[in-house]
Design a protein around this ligand. Structure first.
Ligand SMILES: [Zn+2]
Length: 468
């Protein structure tokens, strides 16, 4: 299908179709539990045996079967997986909506000429530890208290094999092994790793510089009334392709960046990401990052009176402070800890990373030329401190709580637990004091992931044969 005009933007009719579909996602108010999600897909396959093919593709570390559902029979393999970070559930709803549309609308399958392979939940064990906040995702305090993000070496996204300079990683977890088998078997033309962010605006990662994709990818959130995020990127090692569009990060780039700062890169990076792994098959990867809450500063590109280097330095010092505050609590608790819970494993990884991240940003701040910071940069640098406090403070509290709930907490551990809760309550209050947040309806977030996915399918169809 000829999807692009000579000017290189998506054909107006196709883009209109994408935007109409993105806006037509019905209201959604929550995220599904693992059981509800898997039951829903099983019922879809049972109800449409001629359209939906169901297959087990792996097993989680705690023994949960991991399934894939395939729809359509076109020659273009598309692979989408959700739960790759189990604290990022928007993709669960996106896959449900996409699957329902593919089954209900044969035209959609036909126009993409694709076979859609959907893995509803690649990390069921981690997802179950987030279910406490899925029922009401609008409440930031409930979200923070119920938050769980695995330690990096337990994250599906970042445990692909990696060997570069002095770094070597081969601790590939079973869920990632399942994805590696799928990527090598399917050799997808398009892969969508379903992530989401937390607060701010919409931004994307692409595994290749595809200028034709930028206009349509910007049009999708605009059509849904969502801002782009033009603030601080997730890592200074990232290459910006266009406003709010970055080249997908890789551990190789991160290594080189950390090494350039004179830091021990080999000790700071772990495994590689899925996009870098799939590149061997010419696969193009899309990641659409979406917030639950937007803020007017997310796309404020006007200059402030603050100096950018000062903004980065203030963030860096705050991160060092988060690291030392949580380290003191963890060290005080350590002699009495008995449970190697996922919350403790995550805390032991992330707490020292706060100090490392702060120190590397201090080095960067010292090298920055003087220039005004934009409104988006000021806000996003402050916000990342709030986000890390809520995430990693919350998981440390859960690690201590687990000891108390199990009846194993010593008197000393109870006291450390009380101190940790007091620190955490202050951080929660600080985050609650931020004004101007808008809770985004889940259907609009799903609309962006769904619309961006269809956009990339059309862009790649026009480009034709995959490149290697
Ligand atoms: Zn993620």
């Amino acid at each position: 299908m000829s999807g692009l005009t000579a000017g290189g933007t998506l054909d107006a009719g196709l883009l209109d179709d994408v935007l109409v579909r993105a806006r037509a996602v019905p209201p959604i108010s929550d995220f599904p539990t693992v059981d509800a999600l898997l039951d829903w897909f099983a019922a879809l396959a049972d109800d449409h045996p001629s359209l939906v093919r169901r297959r087990r593709v792996g097993t989680s570390r705690l023994g949960e079967p991991i399934e894939m559902f395939s729809i359509g029979d076109g020659p273009r393999p598309h692979l989408l997986f959700a739960g790759v970070h189990p604290n990022e559930p928007i993709g669960f709803r996106t896959l449900q909506h996409l699957a329902a549309e593919l089954v209900a609308d044969p035209e959609l399958c036909a126009m993409t000429d694709a076979t859609w392979h959907l893995v509803p939940c690649i990390d069921p064990d981690g997802t179950r530890l987030n279910e406490g906040w899925f029922g009401d995702p609008t409440d930031r305090t409930a979200y923070a208290r119920g938050f769980y993000r695995p330690a990096p070496r337990e994250q599906v996204e970042w445990t692909f094999p990696f060997a570069y300079k002095d770094a070597y990683f081969d601790g590939v977890i079973p869920e990632t092994q399942a994805l590696m088998r799928l990527i090598d078997e399917l050799r997808p033309e398009l892969m969508v790793s379903l992530h989401n962010a937390e607060l701010g605006g919409v931004y994307y990662y692409l595994s290749e510089d595809l200028p034709d994709a930028v206009g349509p990818l910007h049009a999708v959130p605009a059509a849904l009334g969502l801002p782009l995020d033009t603030g601080e990127p997730e890592s200074p090692a990232l290459r910006r392709l266009a406003p709010a569009v970055y080249l997908a990060g890789s551990s190789r780039d991160e290594y080189d960046y950390l090494e350039s700062l004179g830091l021990d890169a080999a000790a700071m990076v772990g495994g590689e990401g899925s996009a870098a792994y799939a590149r061997r098959h010419g696969t193009v990867t899309l990641i659409a990052e979406l917030p639950y809450w937007s803020h007017p500063a997310a796309d404020d590109t006007s200059d402030t009176t603050a100096d950018y280097a000062d903004v980065v330095r203030a963030k860096a010092e705050a991160l060092v402070d988060v690291g030392s505050t949580l380290s003191l609590l963890l060290d005080a608790a350590r002699p009495d800890l008995t449970l190697r819970s996922p919350f403790l494993r995550a805390s032991e990884s992330f707490v020292p990373m706060m100090t490392e991240a702060g120190n590397s940003e201090l080095v960067r701040a010292g090298r920055l030329p003087s220039r005004p910071a934009t409104g988006a940069e000021v806000f996003s640098n402050e916000e990342v401190v709030r986000m890390f406090r809520l995430r990693y403070g919350g998981m440390l509290v859960r690690a201590l709580e687990a000891e108390a709930f199990a009846g194993l907490a010593t008197a000393r551990l109870h006291r450390v637990h009380a101190r940790a809760r007091a620190v955490y309550d202050e951080w929660l209050a600080d985050a609650q004091a931020v004004t101007g947040l808008e809770v985004l309806p889940v259907e609009r977030l799903v609309g962006v992931q769904y619309g961006a996915t269809l956009t990339m399918s059309h862009v790649l169809a026009k480009r034709g044969g995959r490149r290697r």
